[in-house]
Design a protein around this ligand. Structure first.
Ligand code: UDP
Ligand code: MN
Length: 344
């Protein structure tokens, strides 16, 4: 729009000085007062026009600078409620580390490794987290498993600790996934609040590949799903069954349940709310399309996250178009569902 208005003006700018000069000369040398008055008007009008046009050129330059030299011009970097979407290049990691060190931030990481998922994923998940997750801040891992004796003995860095919490194994994988909400909520109340002020909840079938640092901490944190962040909203796979509590006609983004987090009170609210919706669905004999993920999407639609992680924070390497991914911080591990999930 600006270009349409200002481009013709900019073109005239080149001829304008001549008119000003000519009218100035006539003003100085003409013996006829009518000519001098005319020259004076011409001089004033053109002088004014030049000023306007100079401003236009400035605007065009600014427009160009703002839109073409942004850190990440190709991707959305802010939600409409002003929450930042964290893409590589948009932030200074050292500043975030400094701020969180000063604030004495401490982070709990919860992860579930139930049944065959333990052998398949936990070791890689933990060893890679030790290399890349929240380095420099106190971190406590909470491992929820039905097989505590099989949790690998990982050498942990300074200021980092690990707690194993034994849980029951639900027979359906859908229930293992959904019931995490209840367990996380209980553990925030019983244990996490003693050691940490932030909590991050992870799927175990992933591997850290790059810095996953304090820039990811926020009051309430959600993650854009790698497969959906570029798709139009109509293709988001929200739960469209009006009988389910997860029902959502349209939303803001499609979030991935593999990672969510935030301040303890916010994650407690999230997990309680999702758990109550899941139980209500069970009472009504319905199950949301993508289980806990559908409920999570409903929750984040109602209670907007204050910080959103780009798919750089959870990337599926099988996606062909990697053009927006400047750094892979965490990747999906291969999903061998046929051997891992026993009830399908
Ligand atoms: N999970 C588990 N054992 C199971 C099923 C699920 O430990 O038998 C946990 C595990 O942390 C897993 C998460 O629940 O990462 C979610 O399940 P999954 O990764 O299979 O779901 P998807 O990533 O396919 O949505
Ligand atoms: Mn997973």
């Amino acid at each position: 729009m600006q270009i349409v208005i200002f481009l013709p003006l900019t073109l005239i700018l080149i001829t304008q000085p001549n008119v000003i000069l000519a009218s100035f000369l006539v003003l100085c040398v003409s013996p006829l007062w009518e000519l001098r008055v005319l020259a004076w008007f011409l001089f004033l009008i053109n002088f004014h026009l030049v000023r306007i046009k100079a401003m236009s050129v400035l605007y065009i330059l600014l427009f160009f600078l703002i839109f073409c030299f942004r850190a990440r011009p190709q991707v959305q970097t802010q939600a409409h409620w002003k929450a930042p979407i964290m893409w590589e290049g948009m932030f200074e990691p050292k500043l975030y580390d400094l701020t969180h060190n000063k604030a004495h931030s401490s982070v709990a990481l919860t992860v579930f490794a139930v049944g065959r998922y333990l052998d398949a994923y936990l070791n890689t998940f933990l060893t890679s987290a030790e290399r890349y997750f929240m380095l420099g801040l106190p971190v406590t891992y909470f491992i929820f498993t039905d097989l505590p004796e099989k949790v690998p003995n990982i050498k942990l860095g300074l200021g980092r600790s690990l707690k194993i919490v034994q849980i029951e194994k639900h027979s359906r994988w859908q229930d293992i996934s959904m019931m995490r909400m209840k367990t996380i909520s209980n553990t925030i109340e019983s244990e996490i609040h003693h050691c940490c002020n932030y909590v991050f909840c992870f799927d175990v079938d992933q591997k850290f590949m790059g810095r996953f640092g304090s820039e990811a901490l926020g009051d309430s944190v959600a993650l854009l799903h790698a497969h959906y962040y570029k798709l139009p909203k109509e293709r988001f796979t929200y739960d469209r069954n009006p009988k389910s509590k997860a029902f959502l006609q349209t939303g803001d983004f499609y979030y991935h349940a593999a990672i969510f987090g935030g301040l303890l009170k916010n994650v407690k609210n999230l997990t309680d709310s999702c758990y109550m919706s899941i139980m209500e669905d069970k009472k009504n004999n319905v199950e949301a399309l993508w289980h806990d993920e559908s409920h999570l999407n409903k929750y984040f639609f109602l209670y907007k996250p204050s910080r959103i992680l780009s798919p750089e924070y959870c990337w599926d390497q099988s996606i062909y178009d990697k053009s927006d991914i400047n750094v892979t911080r965490l990747i999906w591990a291969p999903k061998n569902y046929d051997t891992l999930r026993m009830n399908i």
